[in-house]
Design a protein around this ligand. Structure first.
Ligand code: PEP
Length: 263
């Protein structure tokens, strides 16, 4: 269902009216985790001023350590809905458990499935039945074929509104948090018809890498990027070192405007 063999034209997915697909360079930005109403609104306004048209923000956070901040859960979803009402930005947020799909879908404009759940088939199927577009991150140890097969689980449930997101893979290299597999973008676009975006924040794990990796994403023809921003990264409860602040965001806005995507 997701293969180019059966669907020659590349697909455009609309999230609350915002297109992601061939010819777009959709900027999705917001906080890694929803912490407070003030922090989420401030991050959304920074993102919007930089040209972001979709708001990201995690209410359910899949953390490596059980002692780390796990997200606000349902209270975080309500904050996201309030910020959407205030800014008009449709919301992308992660769901980590099949049992929560209905709840998350009742607030979100797009469901995000994270790298750690890239082969959680029950979750993929539930997302496929949610009626909402799905952003599917590549598993950190997943091949491109496994990623497309994960998308197939969503598609099989009648939902072809799927956006693939390359977010870096595990390699021997320790200088970056993950290794951005930039070649995965054109390969996934050649094999499948779904839009492919890049997450430069989670790939590099470091603020100074976000702009260079965004340039790379634009250069290979990615259909969008998803970026962490925070009004006060030094106090962030999740992934502060990779969050962009205002100055970086102005640079990012220039970049997205001046480097036209490859179509
Ligand atoms: C995220 O985008 O908040 C996230 C946890 O990403 P990933 O699943 O790629 O680690």
């Amino acid at each position: 269902l997701v293969s180019r063999e059966h669907h020659a034209e590349r697909t455009v997915v609309r999230v609350g009216g915002v297109p992601i697909g061939p010819g777009t360079m959709t900027l999705i930005a917001g906080p890694c985790a929803v912490e407070t109403p003030e922090q989420t609104l401030a991050a959304a306004q920074m993102a919007q001023a930089a040209g972001a048209t979709l708001l990201r923000g995690g209410a359910f956070k899949p953390r490596t350590s059980p002692y780390a901040f796990q997200g606000l859960g349902a209270a975080g979803l309500k904050i996201l809905a309030d910020v959407r009402a205030e800014t008009g930005m449709p919301v992308v947020t992660e769901v980590v458990d099949a049992a929560d799909v209905e709840l998350v879908a009742s607030y979100a404009d797009m469901l995000q499935i994270g790298t750690r759940n890239a082969q959680n088939f029950a979750l993929l199927q539930a997302a496929g039945e949610s009626g909402k577009p799905v952003m599917l991150k590549r598993g950190m140890n997943g091949t491109i074929e496994e990623w497309l097969m994960a998308a197939e689980y969503v598609a099989q449930r009648g939902n072809l509104d799927i956006v693939l997101c390359e977010r870096g893979i595990r390699t021997f290299e320790k200088a970056t948090r993950n290794t951005l597999d930039i070649s995965a973008v054109p390969v996934a676009q050649r094999l499948g018809h779904l839009p492919v975006i890049v997450d430069p924040s989670h790939s590099g794990g470091s603020r100074d890498l976000v702009l260079p990796l965004t340039r790379a994403a634009i250069a290979v023809g990615a259909d969008g990027v998803i970026i962490d921003v925070h009004p006060h990264p030094e106090t962030a409860l999740c992934d502060g070192p990779q969050a962009l602040v205002n100055g970086d965001l102005r640079e990012l806005a220039k970049l997205v405007r001046t480097l036209p995507p490859v179509v």
